[in-house]
Design a protein around this ligand. Structure first.
Ligand SMILES: [Zn+2]
Length: 71
């Protein structure tokens, strides 16, 4: 789902974008079709926690750099 090669990912639920630095941003403009083809659709930490509370714990263990929510 999350690969080292993806340069950014988009939350499939709220459309928040994760950039290559690993931080999540609100998507201010819709992506063009070319950009859509490049993104890896996933869910951001907040949506993962909200939508899949049981699955979220596994995601954090497997991809802590992606899904760990900073406090
Ligand atoms: Zn989201």
């Amino acid at each position: 789902m999350v690969t080292a090669g993806s340069w950014f990912t988009v939350c499939a639920s709220c459309r928040t974008i994760r950039d290559k630095d690993g931080s999540w941003h609100e998507l201010s403009q819709p992506l063009g079709t070319h950009e859509e083809a490049l993104v890896t659709h996933t869910v951001c930490p907040r949506c993962a926690l909200r939508l899949y509370p049981e699955f979220y714990a596994k995601l954090v263990r497997r991809y802590p750099e992606v899904f760990q929510i900073e406090h």
